[in-house]
Design a binder for this molecule. Structure first.
Ligand code: TRP
Length: 461
């Protein structure tokens, strides 16, 4: 483990864990980015928002705004060498900017509450695959299986608890030993499996309809709300807007090239989401299902693909296991935001901080996981707890966080400092700096603000 040995008065934190290698950085950040957001959330949100036009908008947001927000987070974190909240305090002492970090910590609670619920579903589906429970069921029965399961009084809760314990266990072990080791081996395997699924899906009879749905933009289906959904999905999928990558950035070695890491992570993330779409939509149209069926879409569709596949029994087990692992490498990055904050700012030992944070997160988590059962009557803005937390994190907290992060990087940090961090003190050429500078100063803030105001009806574009 590489540790910083220098200890000065202004630097009261004696040693910080860090990522060990270039591949480690990319693997960890990609591990954070690639998760349920790509494989569960992207297809269901794209399905609800009309498919093709949504995909196009999502890609534009990723390329135009996403990469730059990711870089801004890396810059802040690596420069400050602190957690999400402490970074703002250190770089701009005596200003209210630390509130951006605070909002990120709130977002971490919100995200982990419903994320751990869905991750729990993947564990149930792993168990179902092992016991061969999909075999011989009709499409309707497969759909019912999901509806019955999420309303079950304790099974979703049990799996969620197990998943949260696994997340806490890895975060407990620390950044490098925990996070890096797992991310490196298992994610390439998941990638191969999604490709296999996509191939099976597009070779089904009637697959073309799904391809058309996903790739042929129909802009009449795109409302102001859908545009915000696309922006929110871009942020959620890239793990940006709440300081997860500020926290990870603080573990990145001073010698690493931030820009190339951000670009590689972003491209990987987008490819996985698109592949997930290619695996899901042709199957939805060919095997029975409704693209707009909501958070259950993937859990209702995948079993149908597996049953239509030679070796489907084994593919199913392997896929759901790897999906759970992908969820794990993402959830640790969310929990790490809270744990890094609690241990560094509140001076609580890391192990204790991990236990306390996990218990605190389990509270909203339990409420969310029971949204189809015990808490189904609890609603906010017409949504039950799960839908509300899912919606508010991606469509409000992350874009707002991202907006403030780019404004901070563009206008509060000196251009010279930003350039220094981007070039790793002159080690790398930053050819596209004027582009990045323009995006964080003008384009991203204006675009995010417009999307926001438009979706709440203040603007009417
Ligand atoms: N990006 C992850 C996914 O796609 C989820 C995630 C991890 C996340 N860390 C985050 C989302 C931080 C927002 C912010 O599954």
């Amino acid at each position: 483990m590489r540790q910083t040995k220098t200890k000065t008065m202004s630097d009261p934190i004696p040693s910080r864990d860090s990522f060990g290698s270039k591949f480690g950085v990319i693997a960890a950040a990609a591990g954070s980015a690639v998760g349920l957001g790509n494989i569960w959330r992207f297809p269901y949100v794209a399905g609800e928002n009309g498919g093709g036009a949504f995909l196009l908008t999502y890609i534009i947001f990723i390329a135009l705004i996403g990469v730059s927000v990711m870089l801004a987070e890396f810059i802040i974190g690596r420069k400050a060498q602190r957690n999400a909240l402490g970074s703002f305090k250190k770089l701009s002492p005596g200003t209210p900017w630390y509130l951006v970090g605070l909002m990120g910590i709130v977002a971490a609670f919100v995200i982990l509450a419903f994320y751990s619920a869905v991750a729990g579903w993947t564990l149930e589906y792993t168990a179902n695959s092992i016991t061969n429970s999909f075999q011989g069921k009709s499409p309707d029965q497969i759909d019912n299986m999901f509806d019955t399961f999420i309303a079950h009084p304790w099974r979703p809760l049990m799996w969620q608890g197990l998943f949260l314990i696994a997340t806490a266990w890895i975060v407990w072990a620390g950044v490098k030993r925990g996070i890096e080791r797992y991310a490196k081996i298992l994610m390439p395997l998941l990638f191969i499996l999604i490709i296999a699924l996509a191939i099976r899906s597009v070779t089904l009879d009637g697959a073309m309809k799904g391809i058309t749905f996903l790739f042929k933009p129909d802009f009449s289906k795109l409302s102001g709300g859908s545009i915000l959904e696309a922006l929110g999905q871009a942020f959620f999928s890239l793990s940006i807007g709440m300081g997860a990558l500020i926290t990870y950035g603080s573990y990145i070695n001073k010698k690493e090239n931030l820009s190339s890491s951000a670009i590689q992570v972003t491209i990987t993330d987008a490819i996985v989401a698109i592949l997930a779409g290619v695996a899901i939509f042709p199957a939805v149209f060919a095997l029975g299902g409704n693209p707009g069926s909501g958070p259950g879409l993937v859990f209702e569709t995948l079993p149908k693909i597996f049953m239509a596949m030679p070796g489907g029994y084994f593919f199913a087990i392997l896929f759901f296991v790897l999906l759970a692992v992908a969820a794990l490498t993402s959830s640790i990055s969310v929990l790490e935001v809270v744990v890094a904050y609690v241990s560094e700012e509140l001076n609580i030992k890391r192990h204790k901080a991990t236990v306390l944070s996990t218990i605190a997160i389990a509270i909203p988590g339990v409420i969310a996981v029971m949204s189809w059962g015990a808490t189904s009557e609890w609603t906010l803005f017409g949504m039950h707890t799960f839908d509300f937390l899912d919606w508010i994190s991606a469509n409000v907290l992350l874009p707002l966080g991202g907006l403030l992060i780019v404004i901070y990087t563009g206008w509060m940090l000196k251009t010279k400092e930003v350039k220094e961090e981007l070039s790793s003190q002159g080690k790398y050429k930053v050819i596209l700096f004027p582009v990045f500078n323009f995006i964080i100063k003008f384009l991203a803030p204006v675009a995010i603000a417009i999307v926001f105001l438009n979706s709440i009806g203040v603007l009417n574009l």
